[in-house]
Design a protein around this ligand. Structure first.
Ligand code: ZN
Length: 265
C-alpha cells in the first residue's frame, strides 16, 4: 500500500522566532515553518479530503479508504509541537506523530513531560527520535544504537505509562543496522527520511519513508506531495539519492555539503 508521510519539524511564529523551538542554528532553521505557512499547508491538504490524514497502528496498520493515507510527522520534540502545531492539526480533526529526543525533554525550546502527556491524552502519537540525537546515527556502532533506542523508549514509557513502539531516525542516517537496533530495543514501526511511499518490512520492523518539508516548501508543493503526485516525489528522490554517496563517505563532509546546498537553494 502507498502512504505519504510528511516530515516536518517545528512551527514558529516567524523566521525570527526560529530559535524558540527545537534545535538552534541555521542548519535546523531550514526545517522550521512559520505558522502562516503551516496553516496554509493544512488548508491545501484538507482539499484532498478530511479522512486522508491518519495515524499509524502498532503493526503498521493504515486504512486505504479515500486514497493514499497522509501522515503528519514531526521530528525533534521541539516545544512548538504542543503549541501551535497540535492545536492547528486538531482544528481540522487531525492528529500528528511527534518523535521526541528524550535527552532534551524539559529543556528550553523542547517539550516538557507534562506537554508530552497532554499531547498523548489529546490523541496524538508519541514516538522516539533517539535519546541524544547523535549527528551520524548509522555510524555510532551497534551497542550505542541499541542504547539510544532503549533509553529513549524507557523514558517515554515512564512518562506515558504505556508501551512506546515507534521511532524516527535522527538526521535521516538510516541503515539496516539502525532498524535492527530499534527492533532489538522493542520497536515495531520505524520512519526514516527516504522519500518513499512504500510500506516495507525490514529486520522485523514496519518501515515507512517520508517526504521532507522545509521552510520554503509551498502549500501547493505540500499538497502535491500529499496527493502522491509523481513529479515532486521523484524530484525529492533524485536529490536524496544524489546526497547518499556523500553521507556514506562521511558525516562531516555531508553536513558541510548540506550547509552549502541549502545556502544556494
Ligand atoms: Zn532530528
Amino acid at each position: 500500500m502507498k502512504q505519504i508521510s510528511l516530515l516536518y519539524h517545528d512551527v514558529v511564529k516567524n523566521e525570527n522566532d526560529a530559535g524558540a523551538s527545537g534545535f538552534p542554528g541555521a542548519d535546523a532553521d531550514i526545517y522550521k515553518l512559520d505558522e502562516a505557512n503551516f496553516s496554509a499547508h493544512l488548508a491545501r491538504i484538507a482539499e484532498l479530503g478530511q479522512d486522508r490524514v491518519q495515524v499509524v497502528g502498532r503493526g503498521g496498520e493504515l486504512s486505504a479508504a479515500g486514497g493514499a493515507p497522509v501522515l503528519f510527522t514531526f521530528d525533534d520534540g521541539g516545544v512548538s509541537a504542543h503549541e501551535p502545531t497540535a492545536r492547528l492539526l486538531e482544528a481540522r480533526g487531525w492528529r500528528g506523530h511527534f518523535f521526541v529526543v528524550t535527552e532534551r525533554v524539559g529543556q528550553p525550546g523542547f517539550l516538557s513531560r507534562e506537554q508530552i502527556v497532554d499531547l498523548h491524552r489529546r490523541g496524538h502519537h508519541i514516538g522516539s527520535h533517539s535519546h541524544s540525537h547523535p549527528s551520524r546515527f548509522s555510524q555510532i556502532g551497534w551497542e550505542k544504537m541499541v542504547h539510544e533506542w532503549k533509553e529513549s523508549r524507557r523514558i517515554l514509557e515512564e512518562i506515558l505509562g504505556q508501551p512506546v513502539w515507534s521511532a524516527s531516525v535522527p538526521g535521516g542516517f538510516y541503515s539496516r543496522q539502525v532498524a535492527r537496533a530499534a527492533r532489538e530495543a522493542g520497536y515495531t514501526v520505524m520512519f526514516n527520511s527516504e522519500p518513499d511511499a512504500r510500506v516495507s518490512r525490514v529486520e522485523g520492523l514496519v518501515l515507512l519513508g517520508r517526504y521532507g518539508i522545509q521552510r520554503q516548501t509551498t502549500p501547493e508543493l505540500a499538497q502535491s506531495l500529499a496527493r502522491a503526485d509523481f513529479l515532486p516525489r521523484a524530484s525529492q528522490a533524485v536529490t536524496w539519492n544524489a546526497k547518499k554517496p556523500l553521507k556514506k563517505i562521511g558525516g562531516k563532509l555531508w553536513l558541510s555539503f548540506r550547509r552549502w546546498f541549502f545556502k544556494k537553494s
